[in-house]
Ligand binder design. Sequence first.
Ligand code: PEP
Ligand code: MN
Length: 348
Amino acid sequence: MVVVMQEGADETQVGKVIAYLVDLGMDVHRSTGASRVVLGVVGSRSVDTRLVELLDGVHEVLRITEPYKLASRTFRKEDTIITVGDLKIGGDEVIVMAGPCSAENEAQVQQTAAACKRAGAKVLRGGAFKPRSSPYSFQGLGEEGLRLLRDAANDHDMKLVTEVMDISQIEVITRYADIYQVGARNMQNFTLLRELGRTRKPVLLKRGISATIEEWLLSAEYILAGGNTDVILCERGIRTFESFTRNTLDISAIPVVKQLSHLPIFVDPSHGTGRRDKVASMARAAVAAGADGLIIEVHCDPDHAMSDGAQSMFPAQFDRLMAELRIIAPAIGRSICLEPAARRGWAR
Ligand code: PEP
Ligand code: MN
């Protein structure tokens, strides 16, 4: 932290600021410029900069270290690579997760999973416990949905990511899923984050609807601090004054997070736009901007989906997008599932 004193601050004021900081256990290094005194402050404890700003003679206080530690690049220089079976998340390969918003019935889950796998997705997504804005909307099939999703993931040799909304669901979800998803509405459910910190499965942590990048990384810190090092960040659009799209997808969060953190970053262009006709452009942009992966809603019959149909791609649209990503990823030095399973003679 750097404390810049006001021009003309007197020795008594400077002395009091130094004494206050030393009292808190900080080391203070003073330098006197032509017109101002500047104090460099280091120490292991975090000091509320606003309290220092209120002291007499202080002009401004600048924080130079991030409030999150384990999530920061300062703590770990190399990218974190998360292993899920034979899958590596955060490495060279761009990983695509795809599937329906919600599991609805066996045929829907099976058909959608088959289409996603054929196109090159490695992880099946799908909700069994759904956070819906209205209590009257479809809330998900619960454990029956988890069973349908797990069976489809096994049948199509995919991993499974599914949302956990509450501590009470962790136990049942652990039995079915490979990766927990924490939804945007739960990004600051600190009791849930703490509990997931005690588990040993990766957590896909979505950015909150109105969360700053710093708040998002602090939420990741809760999971990391519990001992679970496998956190995947996911940009899914934030709420702005723009209302044409459902949310505003913050593509710039990708390079910003890459600079601030070693954790993998994914992008969800489905919730980010809310419209299937805008999903492909944003998915392409996300990969070009350096995202480590995508999570995309695909449905075998999106016009009749029980949730998020408007933003769910038809299988053929998703297939085409994957073909486009196979051109973009190598252009920026990344790989992506090169051959769709179907072309390798995979059939089911
Ligand atoms: C979802 O993935 O279906 C979902 C509800 O996402 P979000 O938490 O980003 O709204
Ligand atoms: Mn959804």
